[in-house]
Design a protein around this ligand. Structure first.
Ligand SMILES: Nc1nc2c(c(=O)[nH]1)N[C@H]1C(S)=C(S)[C@@H](COP(=O)(O)O)O[C@H]1N2
Ligand SMILES: [Mo]
Length: 496
């Protein structure tokens, strides 16, 4: 049988794993802080959260949006802290790519070298044995390892649980929160009890991981820090003095990476956004972009109170138009097209067949709601204006002036979002003028908003007034592909 020792790959994977898991935990807490409430139901209805990690209470006498509920956590707890969801997401996703690759290599090596014997039990008798070991631990003694193996029965089962159950569980519940995955495979989300179920389970998985790490560290302290770190560094329990020093050096290096990532994100978020984005954007295009939405929720699943993000235009022009049911509103469609056009609301309503979709809305902050949206499939308008070959993106410009309408927001200027042109042809890419069978309410984007169901919510511009086909994002706003990308460093392709 394979000797269950500590081969070099196992030792290297262990420490890389420490780095990745801690980065995932801190960036995950950053993502949580932007909506620090956990629910079991898809509608994330205010007041139904089973856990809240915030002391803020919202006044209900005026319109508040979920950005008002955001928390600012400390940079020690979260990566990078201080309400930097965009940065937290960049770190979470870049790390998870690394973690998955390292994890796959680990599984392959484990089975290729026979080292899997250290984790996979040989017989059912391990369970009574684990129980006996637990009693031994509870009497403050250390149980003996299994004969010929490096671990006792409880350790063997725990490690097997973390490696083969908890880690995949976290990845699967993470993937279940991707709008593209949800849109393409609604059954997969149901498997986890819905969107918020997946999010809550992902959080419980985090707690389990933290508990594991705490006990793991405690046990290493009990068994002898120098002996065990020597095994994980040199592969054998020798040079104990050196092992102690080396373990502290490795841990210091990991802490330094955390500090560097945090400082870099806080000081030059734009550089981090560009650098990590250069990996994340192509990765998402490759893996998640092909997933087109095929959602059809039933009317009984519609959320009674669809949540809201963004404050409506606070201008006289807009308010006067609203009073007149937007008869004076016009949509201009132009830019790099053969045939620029202007539409009134009545013209849009008369255009082709009205499309209705009942879908799950996923805000980048983590909440979700189910709504029914009706309008014109965007591709019909695209086919009428005929984009020129140079056109590669579509920019949606809105009547919202963020400095005026949302003074508490970081940033100012006209709210806009850009999508890649291929998305315009997706079946559930919709210019919506109705919600739940009624004209679009002001808070949800009247008279016209975008629905693009395989993306995160912030891409779906509300209060649209102009659509422009462009060849590049440069020169529009700060050139990052949308108002939120410009001002709060969100990622640009948001299938997750
Ligand atoms: N013009 C404009 N559109 C916007 C926003 C905004 O702030 N301004 N917020 C976006 C975000 S973050 C989300 S989650 C959705 C919310 O849509 P809802 O309010 O209809 O639920 O709108 C998106 N569209
Ligand atoms: Mo959002």
């Amino acid at each position: 049988m394979t000797q269950l020792d500590y081969p070099a790959w196992l030792r290297i994977e262990h420490w890389v794993n420490v780095l990745f898991v801690t980065l995932l935990i801190r960036s995950g807490i950053e993502i949580l802080s932007t909506h620090p409430k956990l629910y079991w139901r898809n509608d994330s209805k205010p007041g139904t959260e089973w856990a809240r990690l915030t002391r803020k209470t919202m006044l209900t006498d005026k319109l508040y949006d979920t950005l008002d509920e955001e928390e600012s956590y400390s940079a020690i707890l979260s990566l990078p802290g201080h309400k930097m969801l965009g940065m937290g997401r960049h770190w979470h996703f870049i790390t998870v790519i690394g973690w998955i690759l390292v994890g796959i290599a680990y599984y392959i090596l484990l089975f290729a070298t026979g080292q899997w014997h250290r984790y996979i039990p040989y017989s059912w008798s391990i369970f009574p044995q684990a129980w006996n070991d637990t009693l031994t631990y509870l009497s403050f003694k250390l149980p003996a390892p299994l004969p010929g193996q490096p671990l006792d029965a409880v350790q063997k089962l725990t490690y097997a649980g973390v490696i083969f159950i908890l880690a995949p569980f976290l990845i699967l519940t993470g993937a279940a929160q991707s709008p593209a995955v949800e849109a393409r495979f609604p059954w997969y989300v149901r498997l986890w009890g819905g969107r918020q179920g997946a999010r809550s389970l992902h959080f419980l998985g985090l707690l389990a991981f933290i508990a594991f790490i705490a006990v793991h560290l405690m046990m290493i302290g009990l068994w002898g820090w120098p002996q065990l770190t020597a095994l994980m560094i040199f592969g054998e329990a020798r040079h104990l003095g050196w092992a102690l020093t080396a373990s502290l050096v490795i841990i210091a290096a990991i802490v330094l990476v955390h500090i560097a990532a945090t400082q870099w994100s806080l000081r030059s978020p734009r550089t981090v956004q560009r650098a990590l984005g250069s990996v994340l954007i192509p990765a998402r295009r490759l893996i998640l972009r092909p997933l087109a939405s095929a959602q059809h929720y039933s009317s009984s699943q519609l959320s009674a109170e669809h949540r809201v993000n963004g404050k409506p235009p606070d201008s006289d022009d807009y308010k006067i138009m609203a009073v007149h049911n937007f008869v004076d509103w016009k949509l201009e469609v132009g830019g790099l097209v053969e045939n620029p056009m202007t539409f009134t609301l009545a013209e849009l309503r008369a255009l082709g067949e009205k499309q209705t979709q009942r879908v799950l809305h996923n805000c980048v902050q983590g909440w979700s709601s189910i709504g029914e949206w009706s309008g014109v499939p965007f591709r019909e308008v695209v086919n009428m204006v005929k984009p020129l070959p140079q056109a590669r993106h579509v920019c949606f410009l809105t009547m919202q002036d963020t400095g005026r309408d949302e003074p508490s927001a970081e940033g100012s200027g006209q709210f806009y979002e850009i999508i890649d042109l291929p998305l315009a042809y997706y079946p559930q890419c919709l210019l919506a003028y109705e919600m739940n069978g009624h004209p679009l309410p002001i808070k949800h984007g009247a008279p016209l908003r975008l629905r693009i169901e395989n993306q995160v919510g912030f891409k779906m511009a509300k209060w649209i007034e102009r659509i422009e086909f462009v060849s590049t994002c440069q020169g529009i706003g700060q050139g990052m592909g949308g108002w939120r990308e410009d001002n709060v460093y969100y990622d640009r392709e948001v299938e997750i």
